[in-house]
Every structure is written in C-alpha cells, then in structure tokens.
Write a protein that binds this ligand. Structure first.
Ligand code: AMP
Length: 399
C-alpha cells in the first residue's frame, strides 16, 4: 500500500498519522500514534484505523544519550515500524510552526528552504527546532522522499497590516516582532467547511472560529479568509489556555521579575506552563476534569475561560465587521456543550440562541443554533492531520 505520513513534532513528543494514497476526502488515518516523553521515559504507541493498539512500548536510549540522540532514536523506531507495516511512503507532510512573513501556503522542502526555516528559530524557539529535526532525519534516511512543510502561521498572512503590528518602535517590528497567529491547519480545514455547513451567505460573511483545545485561539474571517486572530508573536497571546496565561498586562511580568526575582526561564514557565486553567483551578489543565469537579476554584477557572472567549469574540467582531456565524472547534469547542452554551449566552443580547438538543450532540459538523437565532452557531470538528496530508498531496501531485 502507498501511504502519506504526517508528522507533528513537539518539544517532547512526536505525533504521527498515516493516510492511504490516493487521499480520499476526509479519509481516516490508517495508522496514528505518538511518541511521548522524549528526553525522559520515551513511550511509543501506535493504533490502527479502528483505534486498536498495535504497539505500546518503551524506547530505551543508550546511557548518556542527549535530547537530539533520543529524538533521533524515537524517529528511527517509528520509521522502522512503518517499514514493517508493508507500506510504501510516497511523501511526508510536517506541521511547522513558523513560515515567517514569506510563506502564505505550504511548500516543498529544499535545502534553501530548510536554511530559511532554521533562521526563524528565534521567532519560535520552543517549537521550530523540534519541527525541523525530523525533516533533516528523514532527508538523510530517504533522500528522494518528498517532504512538505505546512505552517501554523500561513493561514493568517491575509490579515491586514494593522492586525499584524504591535505598538512598538518600528525597528523592532522590522526585526520580525509581529503578530503572526497560529493553529493555521485547524483554521484552514474549518474554513473550507464553512459554506457547506453554514450556507454561502453566512459561510462567506463575518465568521469567528473558536479553536478551543489545550492551546486555544480565535480567528475572524471574511470570505473565508483571516482578517484577525487572537494569537500574535507567539502562541501565548489571546485566550486563557490549559496552562498558558493568554494576554496579560506586561506589568505583571515586570512585577514577577522585580518582586519574585524571575528570570527568562521562570517567566517562560509562568506564561506557558503554570497558568491558565491549571493555574486558576490549582487542580487540572483539563476542561473535562474541571467540569466534573465541585471545587469552587474549578468552577472559577471554567467561568474565566468562557468569559475570556466571549471578550475575545467582542474584539474579533470588530475586525470581522459583524458576526454572521460563530464556529466552535478543538477538543473543548467540539465536546463541551457547557462552554458553548456559556459563550453564546454572553451574546444573547445580539439575538444569538442555541438549540439545546443540537448543542448536546457530538462529533458532527452541523449548526447548533435555534431556528430564531440572529447569529448562526456551528460545531465543525477539526482535522489538522488530514489537512496536512491534503496539502502534501496537492503540492506534489503524488496521488
Ligand atoms: P485538544 O488540545 O484540542 O485535544 O483539546 C483538549 C481539551 O479538550 C482538554 O481540556 C479536554 O479536557 C477537552 N475535552 C475533551 N473532551 C471533552 C469533553 N467531553 N468535555 C469537556 N472538555 C473536553
């Protein structure tokens, strides 16, 4: 069988999905899995199309292996496993954080493009190097295998200039300190479903998509193109997230430096790892756990999350020039009827109203608003891996 491999490599994990080539519309992955805990106790899990576990094993690195060597071993384990499945890889699509200002679409990777993407590491030091390493490793092992980079930032390149700049000195903007936006694969996928789910008028109108997962962001669209988004220079801006602060008064960071003696490392942990749902609840970063908890701190964390989504929605309506439709996606957006109903409640003054029965349903792309709602509301499950596979196929004409 011929197959496309999709890789989403993070700082300590590597997620993969494999799709049969030629790629059918919305085809499920034939295999998917994850390598977790790279740098510590590395675990490799792979499942088949029905979710049956095919592998669940620990990868033991040689004594003294550094992170890079451990990531290489994890990748080799995955590639050897793929070879043993009797599939022939025809191309690989990678999720890559940053395409800078240059890339508005996915691209075939060449040595020149690799060195450009490497030069963007200062813009995304927590993700970009990890995204690029498997590309190098694969190129070494299979020099003729085409590889494609799909950027988190590319979807947002249609934002007008005002939506992309900060109020900082021009020379800092010129260095690349700009609002790039992220979660591009998810928005790309959902934006392509808008007219099918919402009809031509609302789908092409003023739409706000809320990608609510462990990482969370929102984007305003007109004619299915991005005009503004909540994330900026990094994936820390905007909404409160599982463990991230989202937008915060920079004065708080100065306070933490001056009063708590925080340096860059501590600030990074504060912004990315200790805050958000986890920080406010003191219990968990997981929305499901918080919704099930009776603790007042858990309730407050959920309340704050919904409030921040609604406030951001107000902001994005200005950029979109109104609100014809609100679309939920991501783990929370797709599964939490509580979060959806709380957010829509905040715009009930605009005449937005849910159909409670439809709101309770899961897993389907559909509208969930009441017949007399003045704003369309929909759930569209995202499919980032399929989107990457689809771009890879289209760019290379391999299937
Ligand atoms: P993601 O990062 O898109 O995979 O989303 C992960 C988030 O979705 C976690 O906070 C989960 O708790 C949340 N989630 C998944 N299923 C549910 C559910 N049934 N109800 C509430 N939250 C959920």
């Amino acid at each position: 069988m011929q197959a496309l491999l999709v890789i989403n490599a993070g700082s300590s994990s590597l997620k993969f999905a494999m799709f049969e080539a030629p790629l059918a519309e919305n085809a499920p992955s034939i295999f998917r899995g994850q390598i977790d805990g790279i740098g510590a106790a590395t675990k490799f899990v792979a499942k088949d199309i029905d979710g049956k576990v095919l592998v669940d094993t620990v990868i033991t690195s040689p004594e003294g292996a550094d992170f890079e060597a451990q990531q290489q071993l994890a990748l080799d384990t995955l590639l050897n496993w793929i070879e043993a499945q009797n599939v022939q890889l025809v191309a690989v699509g990678h999720r890559v954080l940053h395409g800078g200002e240059r890339f508005t679409a996915p691209t075939l990777i060449t040595p020149e493009i690799m060195s450009f993407l490497t030069s963007l590491i200062p813009l995304g030091p927590l993700h970009q190097p990890h995204n690029l390493r498997p590309i190098r490793a694969l190129a070494k092992k299979y020099p003729n295998l085409p590889q494609v980079a799909c950027f988190d930032t590319a979807f947002h390149r249609t934002q007008p200039e005002l939506a992309q700049i900060y109020a900082v000195p021009r020379k800092i903007t010129a260095e690349g300190v700009r609002r790039y936006g992220f979660h591009g694969q998810s928005y790309d996928y959902v934006s392509r479903q808008l007219t099918r789910v919402l009809g031509d008028k609302a789908g092409n109108g003023a739409v706000v998509i809320a990608h609510l997962g462990n990482g969370a962001s929102m984007a305003a669209l007109r004619d299915t193109k991005c005009v503004a988004t909540s994330m900026g220079f990094t994936a820390a801006e905007g909404l409160m997230m599982g463990t991230r602060t989202g937008s915060i008064d920079p004065g708080v960071l100065l306070y933490m430096m001056e009063t708590h003696g925080y340096g860059a490392k501590e600030l990074s942990n504060f912004i990315y790892k200790e805050s958000g749902l986890l920080g406010v609840s003191g219990i968990s970063q997981d929305m499901r756990t918080l919704e099930a908890s009776d603790a007042p701190e858990a309730k407050q964390a959920v309340d704050l999350f919904c409030y921040r989504v609604a406030r951001q929605l107000g902001d994005l309506m200005i950029a979109a020039g109104g609100l014809d439709a609100l679309v939920f996606t991501g783990g929370i957006g797709e599964n939490s009827d509580l979060v959806r109903s709380r957010v829509v409640e905040y715009i009930s003054w605009m005449g937005a109203k849910l159909n409670p029965e439809l709101n309770k349903q899961r897993g389907k792309a559909q509208t969930i608003h009441a017949a007399d709602s003045k704003v369309a509301v929909a759930v569209i499950p995202t499919n980032e891996e399929w989107m990457i596979a689809s771009h890879t196929v289209k760019l290379l004409g391999v299937a």
